[in-house]
Write a protein that binds this ligand. Structure first.
Ligand code: 5GP
Ligand code: ZN
Length: 137
């Protein structure tokens, strides 16, 4: 869909800190991280939400979310994870292209749901993305 933000990220016309991709999915850092390392997993094919998504894309996105969580486990050493999907505005959805939130959790993090988007810190997001991509060795 031409006016969809996450389709733009999948196509590369909108910049993102991409950390993982496969035939069906792309994973990238959330621009307003709820905790350090917060990332999103989307299907390459546009679908609005949990109700609309092709089950094979849902399966692929779920496997990609697990792969990303395992990568985070290695390089960020969080204490836990929340996997979250918001379906429709009543459930906090704001971007209408299906996505898993993969949110690493830390014992002392102050996260409350729903979190308040606060933007950046861009440099920290980029540094964590580099670790998750393992392009910093
Ligand atoms: P939702 O509210 O639909 O569950 O989640 C949408 C998520 O997309 C939010 O966590 C928000 O911070 C993130 N987001 C919004 N705009 C952008 C963007 O331009 N780039 C990236 N990487 N994330 C975005
Ligand atoms: Zn889309």
């Amino acid at each position: 869909m031409s006016d969809c933000l996450f389709c733009g990220i999948v196509e590369g016309s909108i910049p993102s800190q991409t950390v993982d991709s496969d035939e069906r999915t792309v994973s990238f850092m959330d621009i307003n991280p709820a905790t350090p390392g917060h990332a999103l997993v989307v299907p390459r094919a546009h679908s609005t939400d949990l109700i609309e998504i092709d089950p094979e894309d849902l399966a692929a996105a779920s496997v990609a979310a697990q792969r990303l969580a395992r990568r985070m486990e290695e390089v960020l050493e969080p204490d836990g994870f929340n996997l979250l999907n918001a379906c429709r505005p009543a459930a906090w959805q704001t971007v209408f292209h299906y996505h898993w939130h993969v949110i690493p959790r830390y014992e002392d993090d102050p996260l409350e749901l729903p979190w308040i988007p606060r933007g950046g810190p861009e440099e920290e997001i980029a540094a964590i993305a580099a670790k998750l991509r393992s392009d910093d060795g």
